[in-house]
Design a protein around this ligand. Structure first.
Ligand code: G3I
Length: 459
C-alpha cells in the first residue's frame, strides 16, 4: 500500500488484536469465510475497515480529552486513524509568527502512533482559525507567511502524518462555484497550488488532500467547482493525491442519493477520496450505512473519519450526530456501520470490464436535420468508460444523447454540454474544437448500458 496510486500511505501498523481480526477480514475478502456477521467478523471499526483492502476508520481527537479514560478506552479500541480536531490548525501551531507550538499536536500524534494508528494532519492553509498576526496580513507578505507555515509544519511532522489536509474550505457556498473570498484568496488564485507544492517539498511521502464541506451532492455547484480544480491540478501536474469530503450532514444538508457518484467521479480523476469529518444529525443508522457502503463500493475511497467519538465530544453535541452516546455506549448507527464494513463492498457489477464494449449504431436524425452523429466507444475501466462522437454534414450541429441512470457523465471535452434536470439527457453544441467531442461516463454499477444518440439537428 505504499504505492501513491493505491491509497493509504502505508498499511496501518495495526495493534496485535487488530492484526488478527484484519487477517480474518482478509479471509472474508478472499471468500475463505463466506458469511458476514459471524463469529469471525471483525469487532471494531478500525479492524473491520482495515480488512477492507486496508481502509481506515478514524476519528477527530482533542488533546484535552486524552486524560479521560472513558474517551481513550473507546479511541484505543475502535479506531485506526486520528485527526487532531484543532491542535494542528494555524492558530495552534504558529500562535506568533515564526514561533511554532507543537505540544498538543505532538501528544495526539504520539498517542496515535504508539497504537499503530495513522494520522491525518488538519490543516495547513485555511481562511479560518488563523492567528491574529496572520489575519492582519495580506499580499505577498501573507503568501510568504502561509508558505513558510506549510513548510515548517509539514517538516515538523514529516514521516508521522499519512495525509495532510493541505488546504481547507477554499470554495464558496451556494451556486456561484467561485472561490471563497479570504485574505489567502486575495494573494492570488494560485495560492492553493502553491500550498500543495510547498507541502510536497516538505514531506514527499505524505498524501496531500484538498478538504471541504458541502461537496457531497454531485450536482451542487460547489462540488463541481472543486471537481474542476482537482481535474485541472491533475492535468497540470500540481501535486494532489486525495480529496476530503467532510460530510457534515444535517437536516438542511442531508446525505444525497448521488453521494456514490461524487466519490467515484473524484476517484476517476486519479485521486483517493476520504470521508473526513462525518457526522449526521441524530445519527440515523440508514444514512451511516449508506455512507459506509458508498465508500466500500469505490476502490479509491480509502476510509472514513467521524468528527468525534461520543455525542458529548461533537462540535454540535446538541444534535447527537456520532456513533457513541455521551456515556460511551454504542448507538444503532455504530452497529450498522460495523455490519456494513464486515459485509464488505456492496455489489457494483463486474470488476472486469468487457473487452469489446457494445457498439451503439448511429441513429438517423429526426426530420429537418441534415447532420449525422456516430459513436465510437473508447477506453473502458472498471467503473467508467469513454465515448467519442463524430458529427458529419454540418458545423452548426446540436446533438442530444441519453444516458441510462444510474450512469452519469463525469467529464466532457471538445463541446459545450448542457444537461436535463435529471442529468440523463445531454445536449451538445460545438465549442470551436471541431466536430468530434467526447465524454467519460461513470457506470455506477450498470456496466452494460451505453449512451444513445437521440437527435442530431442543425441550426
Ligand atoms: O479551547 C478553548 C477554551 O479554552 C475557551 O474557553 C473556549 C471559549 O470559546 O474556546 C475553546 O476553543 C474552542 C475550540 O473549538 C475547542 O473547543 C474554539 O472557541 C472553537 O472555535 C473551536 O471550534 C472548532 C471549530 O472547528 C473552529 O472552526 C471545533 O472544535 C472543531 O470541531 C471545528 O472543526 C471544523 C473543522 O476544523 C473543519 N470543518 C468544519 C469543522 C466543524 O466546524
Amino acid at each position: 500500500m505504499s504505492d501513491r496510486s493505491t491509497g493509504a500511505a502505508t498499511w496501518p501498523r495495526l495493534k496485535r488484536p487488530a492484526l488478527v481480526v484484519a487477517a480474518v477480514g482478509l479471509l472474508f475478502a478472499a471468500g475463505v469465510v463466506a458469511l458476514p456477521g459471524t463469529a469471525g467478523a471483525a469487532t471494531t471499526l478500525g479492524a473491520s475497515a482495515a480488512a477492507r483492502d486496508g481502509r481506515f476508520f478514524g476519528t477527530a481527537v482533542a488533546a484535552g480529552k486524552l486524560s479521560d479514560s472513558a474517551y481513550t478506552t473507546i479511541l484505543d479500541r475502535e479506531f485506526n486513524a486520528v485527526t487532531p480536531e484543532n491542535e494542528m490548525k494555524i492558530d495552534a501551531t504558529e500562535p506568533q509568527q515564526n514561533q511554532f507550538s507543537y505540544a498538543n499536536a505532538d501528544r495526539i500524534v504520539a498517542h496515535a502512533r504508539g497504537l499503530g494508528m495513522q494520522v491525518r494532519g488538519h490543516t495547513l492553509a485555511w481562511h479560518s482559525q488563523q492567528p491574529g498576526w496572520m489575519q492582519n496580513m495580506s499580499g505577498s507578505a501573507l503568501r510568504q507567511a502561509m508558505l513558510n507555515h506549510v513548510t515548517q509544519v509539514a517538516t515538523h511532522f514529516r514521516g508521522q502524518v499519512a495525509w495532510w489536509d493541505v488546504v481547507n474550505e477554499a470554495f464558496a457556498d451556494g451556486s456561484s462555484g467561485a472561490r471563497r473570498d479570504s485574505n489567502l484568496q486575495r494573494t492570488g488564485n494560485d495560492w492553493i497550488e502553491a500550498a500543495f507544492t510547498a507541502a510536497r517539498a516538505a514531506d514527499p511521502n505524505a498524501k496531500l488532500c484538498y478538504n471541504d464541506y458541502n461537496t457531497d451532492n454531485w450536482t451542487a455547484a460547489k462540488t463541481q467547482a472543486v471537481y474542476r480544480m482537482v481535474q485541472d491540478f491533475k492535468n497540470r501536474g500540481v501535486p494532489i493525491d486525495c480529496v476530503g469530503l467532510q460530510s457534515h450532514f444535517t437536516g438542511g444538508s442531508s446525505y444525497p442519493s448521488n453521494y456514490r457518484t461524487t466519490l467515484s467521479s473524484f476517484a476517476a480523476l486519479g485521486v483517493d477520496v476520504h470521508i473526513t469529518e462525518l457526522d449526521i444529525t441524530n445519527a440515523p443508522a440508514t444514512a451511516y450505512t449508506s455512507v459506509t457502503n458508498d465508500c466500500l463500493a469505490v476502490a479509491r475511497c480509502r476510509g472514513i473519519t467521524v468528527w468525534g467519538i461520543r455525542d458529548s465530544d461533537s462540535w454540535r453535541s446538541g444534535e447527537s450526530p456520532l456513533l457513541f452516546t455521551s456515556s460511551g455506549g454504542k448507538k444503532a448507527a455504530y452497529t450498522s456501520v460495523l455490519t456494513a464494513l464486515n459485509n464488505g463492498a456492496p455489489p457494483t457489477g463486474p470488476t472486469t470490464p468487457p473487452t469489446t464494449p457494445p457498439t451503439v449504431p448511429p441513429t438517423t436524425p429526426p426530420g429537418g436535420g441534415s447532420c449525422t452523429a456516430s459513436i465510437t466507444p473508447g477506453t473502458v475501466w472498471a467503473d467508467r468508460y469513454n465515448t467519442t462522437v463524430t458529427v458529419t454534414g454540418s458545423t452548426t450541429w446540436t446533438v442530444t444523447i441519453d444516458i441510462t441512470a444510474p450512469q452519469k457523465v463525469s467529464t466532457t471535452w471538445n463541446g459545450t454540454f448542457t444537461w436535463s434536470n435529471n442529468g440523463n439527457t445531454m445536449t451538445i453544441k460545438p465549442n470551436g474544437s471541431g466536430n468530434t467531442f467526447g465524454f467519460t461516463t461513470m457506470t455506477n454499477g450498470n456496466t452494460t448500458a451505453r449512451p444513445r444518440i437521440t437527435a442530431c439537428t442543425t441550426s
